[in-house]
Design a protein around this ligand. Structure first.
Ligand code: NAD
Length: 500
């Protein structure tokens, strides 16, 4: 059923079979093919090429070739095309949400927001930023400072929020004047190819957007080794991020790395305790817990812990597991059998080490890669399950005795992507928020406000650089200082926002 709808969506979205999009053309290379599996019915949606070195090199060459013309276009002209891409995403909301749900297993009610509305909004914010940004100014010494595209970009993305993760790279790179080679996750490549089709129909020049499919070790590695890219923007795991950072370091190329997390949520004693715990469970288990900023370590006052664990289990038991395309479904399968096995491995090792597992009472379908949401207690802060990213529906609840201790423990992690505080009074919430060492701190369950322009990224091993808003654009820009510049600041021949 899901597969039939996914194939229908592929047709509607103009994605050809077994193809990649390079230099404005769909290619059907004679290379091994990768099966893309729907995690709900475990059936094959379709095939994509394992692109390999030859395609990787030609995609990077296309981006290099297209760069001079694209980067010299006026920012407003690039913004117009990017704005049309936002509109195009919205115009295919139903098909794109269905396709993403079939690739990831994400409930379609979440895909519509996370895979279409959010990325379209992000795309639109970059079109407006490009129109209002001061691309050229005189500093206090009289020197002209111009902002320039940093170069051809290699964008490598994961599977968990694929359309959002793609557009958070593609939109700023394009308005900055960069050309892009995108390699999506091999688990969820079709939505990236759908985006390629949209850019094609809108009329982005050949080579500005290229999408090649394949696995990390083969195609990802071939792209990393290809000559010509100047910036790599990666979202994914810490291990792969380290490797990509090392390759970029060797080239002295820029790297934006959006990596993992083990984010804490600290519930202060005067917070609305039950509400805080239930909301943290719901936030942690979005997309079956496959979310980089999921609050996976919940710190609660020790005297209340036992009672609050029951609240957490009851909140986790409210999930309705089923077909991601069913509007009632709130818990879909995990993305793959391998990911589910990984999560089960964490739970088995935790139990063997003395942890107590509290599985939620949720009826799971017999088919599909479903995993029972589970609350874990009786673990120390040093336990593997309290330190490592599990990336599944697993929440560890830990008790604390005083707030300073809770904050010290919350900050004691190699990661620093996100953190949350729940408090009963605003002054304390504000103070605690400023003591949490993370790139994003949410107060009392605040969801992402619109427009999506606040910087997103990690402290410590959660990464380098930021995405979204102006900070996200800076990842793709170089600054050039022209000392003794004879041009007048309002000269339309030299001022890029005026030239067309
Ligand atoms: P992953 O690191 O396995 O893969 C990410 C991408 O890198 C995929 O496209 C993969 O094919 C590619 N890749 C793998 N090996 C490669 C290599 N040697 N060379 C080039 N490319 C290679 O991650 P994943 O399993 O797809 O995603 C889950 C991870 O992503 C989690 O750790 C999660 O925390 C992280 N993540 C981070 C953020 C963030 O913004 N910080 C957002 C979402 C996910």
């Amino acid at each position: 059923m899901g597969v039939r709808q996914a194939r229908q969506a592929l047709t509607e979205l103009g994605v050809p079979e077994s193809s990649v999009y390079v230099d404005g053309t769909w290619l059907r290379p004679d290379v091994p093919q990768i099966e893309v599996v729907d995690p709900f019915d475990e059936a094959v949606i379709g095939l994509v090429p394992e692109s390999g070195a030859q395609i990787a090199a030609s995609a990077v060459a296309a981006a290099v070739h297209a760069f001079p013309e694209w980067s010299s276009l006026a920012p407003a002209a690039r913004a117009d095309l990017v704005e049309r891409l936002a509109e195009a995403l919205e115009s295919v909301t139903d098909a794109l949400a269905v396709l993403a749900s079939c690739e990831i297993g994400m409930p379609v009610r979440d895909s519509r927001g996370g895979q279409v509305a959010l990325p379209a909004a992000v795309t639109r914010t970059y079109a407006s930023l490009a129109r209002t940004l001061e691309w050229e100014h005189r500093d206090e010494s009289g020197t002209t400072v111009t902002l320039e595209a940093a170069g051809p970009v290699l964008a490598i993305t994961p599977w968990n929020f694929p359309v959002h993760q793609i557009m958070a790279k593609l939109a700023p790179a394009l308005v900055a004047g960069c050309t892009v080679v995108l390699k999506p996750s091999e688990l969820t490549p079709f939505n990236a190819l759908a985006i390629a089709h949209l850019t094609h129909t809108i009329g982005f020049p050949a080579g500005v957007v290229n999408v090649v499919t394949g696995t990390g070790p083969v195609t990802g590695e071939a792209l990393l080794q290809a000559d010509g890219w100047e910036v790599v923007s990666f979202t994914g795991s810490l291990g792969v991020g380290r490797h990509i950072g090392a390759v970029a370091g060797e080239r002295i190329a820029r790297a934006t790395l959006e990596l993992g997390g083990k984010s804490p949520a600290v519930v202060l004693p005067d917070a609305p305790l039950e509400e805080a715990v239930a909301a943290t469970v719901r936030n942690c288990f979005v997309n079956a817990g496959q979310k980089c900023n999921a609050p996976t370590r919940l710190y609660v006052p020790e005297p209340e812990r036992e009672r609050l664990v029951k609240v957490a289990v009851s909140a986790a038991s409210a999930y309705v597991a089923g077909d991601p395309l069913d509007a009632e479904t709130t818990l879909g399968p995990m993305v793959s059998a391998a990911q589910r096995e990984r999560v089960r491995g964490f739970l088995e090792r935790a139990a063997a080490d003395g942890a107590t597992l509290h599985p939620a009472t949720v009826d799971l379908p017999t088919e599909g890669f479903f995993q029972t949401p589970t609350i874990v207690t009786d673990v120390s802060d040093d336990a593997e399950i309290a330190r490592e990213e599990v990336f599944g529906p697993v929440l560890t609840v830990l008790g604390y005795t005083d707030v300073d201790e809770a904050l010290e423990r919350a900050n004691d992690s190699q990661y620093g992507l996100s953190a949350e505080v729940w408090a009963g009074n605003e002054a304390e919430a504000a103070a605690v928020a400023r003591r949490l060492r993370a790139g994003q701190v949410r107060v009392n369950g605040q969801r992402t406000p619109m427009p999506p322009v606040s910087p997103f990224g990690g402290f410590r091993r959660s990464g380098l650089g930021r995405e979204l808003g102006r900070h996200g654009l800076d990842e793709y820009l170089e600054a050039r200082s022209i000392l003794g510049d004879p041009a007048s600041p309002s000269d339309p021949r030299t001022h890029p926002t005026q030239a067309r």
